[in-house]
Design a protein around this ligand. Structure first.
Ligand code: NCD
Length: 303
């Protein structure tokens, strides 16, 4: 069966647990052990928005599993610049590759692409919508570096436009986590998402201050304010730099706290935090490789 990865809603809790278990087996290959699991397979990467980690970790995952990668490149150098529709591009690339990783600025684009694709579509971010592969690596990081049971987690920053937190909040509801949403008033999690989370039985609360919650959480998940999604640059300036996690702030944290961030970071985590025992964001970016290996192997029918 053709299995696309569009949103965390496409997965049950058991399926997520299965992916996280499989990812664990790929860690040694992610570190360089030889594998030919995906030899003869081709992955296409289509990024209509900037990316460093997502594109390169998919590429590394594919290559370390013995597969190959074709990349659309910058949209200015492909037929996208001539006005080709996403639907046509997807139909054509499905003839060249065994799976397609797609990042696109329009919400809903990955779901639409899946309708035209004869190979699995993996959503690597659709506007402010979803980012399911990031969520799976976030859950994996929590599993490896903390614990997914009885989890108390604060999601901090741009909860309005941040797709990573939209996907993650939903997945956390499947783990019955205690989720605290920390954002400026203008960047609160959209009501429609909160309502949906509550329907899942999620335990969520909201505040504007990290200081209020730092002492009682296991994970501090910090996000960048998504400048590129603000219709009005003046509105961005009002909230830019709203939060800054510093060593000083972390003095109030529990000993076992871990600090995560999907990256790239701007001002929201002070570089002095990098060397503290709390920092896990660079380790988190490594975990993207074994998790994406598991997803590619599953999408291509190899496991
Ligand atoms: C995130 C994204 O693209 O949504 N980056 C990523 O994939 N690691 C977060 C961001 O851009 O702020």
């Amino acid at each position: 069966m053709l299995r696309h990865i569009i949103s965390m809603r496409d997965f049950s809790r058991d399926e997520i647990d299965d992916i996280l278990t499989k990812a664990r087996d790929f860690e040694t290959i992610a570190k360089g052990e030889k594998s030919v699991l995906l030899s003869g397979k081709i992955l296409a990467t289509l990024f209509y928005e900037p990316s460093t980690r997502t594109r390169l970790s998919f590429e590394t995952a594919m290559k370390r599993l013995g597969g190959e990668v074709i990349d659309l490149g910058a949209t200015e150098t492909s037929s996208v610049a001539k006005g080709e529709s996403l639907a046509d591009t997807i139909r054509v690339i499905g003839n060249y590759a065994d799976a397609i990783v797609l990042r696109h600025p329009r919400e809903g684009s990955a779901r639409m692409a899946a309708e035209y694709s004869n190979v699995p579509i993996i959503n690597a971010g659709d506007g402010a919508g979803h980012h399911p592969t990031q969520t799976l690596l976030d859950l994996y990081t929590i599993m490896r570096e903390s614990s997914l049971s009885s989890l108390r987690i604060a999601l901090v920053g741009d909860l309005k436009y941040g797709r990573t937190v939209h996907s993650l909040a939903y997945a956390l509801s499947l783990y019955h986590a205690n989720v605290i949403l920390v954002s400026p008033a203008q960047l609160r999690m959209p009501d429609v998402i909160k309502k949906d989370l509550k329907k899942q039985g999620a335990s969520i609360s909201e505040t504007t201050s990290i200081e209020d919650v730092i002492g009682g959480i296991d994970v501090l998940y910090v996000t960048r304010i998504q400048k590129e999604r603000f219709p009005d640059p003046a509105e961005y300036l009002k909230v830019a730099g709203s939060y800054r996690v510093t060593e000083e702030l972390l003095k109030k944290a529990s000993d076992k706290l871990i600090v995560m961030h999907p990256l790239p970071r701007l001002e929201e985590i002070d570089p002095s935090v990098d060397k503290t025992k709390y920092a896990r964001y660079f380790q988190q970016s490594f975990y993207g490789v074994p998790v994406r290996m598991a997803l590619l192997a599953m999408a291509m029918g190899a496991i």
